[in-house]
Design a protein around this ligand. Structure first.
Ligand SMILES: [Zn+2]
Length: 245
């Protein structure tokens, strides 16, 4: 997409972004959305990038950096893994992330999370991780994670900014506003820790039933809508020492 058009749209839909310093003073949890091969690793499937993708690889690098920092500090991490039964499709998307395949596994740089005591992993078979956390008995693994860890802020990273990240953020904000997530106060989306897939309009036009999905624009719109629903958006996340008393 032409950068002039993109800049005009960004001017009309501005997303102000702050920076976040993580000091451990406020209980913060990290939420990783779908850092699985099927969405992040080149050539790994129908929904994976077909060639190296800067936005996606940058998102993976930042997610790995944050996950390491959180675990070193013994802070809680919650990871969603998209994972589908082979006989149950997820329209409008093509077949992806079938349970038990490499597509449904964490990216190589995050495989260590499987054995990490401070990480909770949750396979989900729907777009919205909040809904995907509902168990058969009606309990919700994500809600329990927030409450058991007394989390006041969540920092959300992953893919796709405008799909799985956005839906999870919106539902979480509604649940928070209804009082289901106490003591959770803030839902923070890290822009460089998020990414989305690229299907430019000139390619979508050549495919049957494909909807154009230009990466830069849809990533931006995802952040814009998240912010409009009440999330905070940050463009920088650093680990800092707690303030002197
Ligand atoms: Zn899926």
């Amino acid at each position: 997409m032409a950068s002039l058009t993109l800049n005009l749209l960004k001017d009309e839909l501005p997303v102000e972004q702050e920076s976040l310093v993580l000091s451990g003073e406020v209980k913060t949890g990290l939420v990783l959305v779908d850092l699985v091969n099927g969405f992040c690793t080149v050539g790994a499937g129908n929904m994976a990038p077909r060639q190296p993708d800067k936005q996606i690889s940058g998102m993976v690098d930042e997610s790995v950096r944050l996950a390491r920092g959180f675990c070193e500090n013994k802070w809680p991490v919650f990871a969603f893994l998209d994972s589908h039964h082979p006989d149950i499709p997820e329209p409008p998307y093509p077949r992806h992330c079938i349970a038990g395949t490499d597509e449904a596994k964490l990216v190589p740089a995050l495989e260590w999370l499987e054995n990490e005591p401070f990480a909770t992993l949750k396979c989900k078979d729907c777009i919205d991780g909040f809904v995907g956390s509902i168990e058969k008995d009606g309990s919700n693994l994500f809600v329990d994670w927030v409450k058991n860890n007394q989390i006041k802020k969540i920092l959300v990273v992953g893919i796709c900014t405008d799909i799985c990240v956005l839906d999870f953020v919106c539902t979480t904000l509604s649940a928070r506003n209804r009082g289901f997530l106490a003591p959770l106060e803030d839902v923070i989306v890290y822009s460089h820790g998020c990414a989305t897939f690229d299907l430019p309009v000139h390619i979508a036009k050549t495919l049957k039933d494909a909807i154009a999905h230009p990466q830069e624009l849809t990533h931006h719109v995802g952040l814009y809508i998240a912010k409009g629903r009440g999330a905070k958006v940050v463009s920088e996340v650093t680990f800092g020492a707690p303030k002197e008393p």
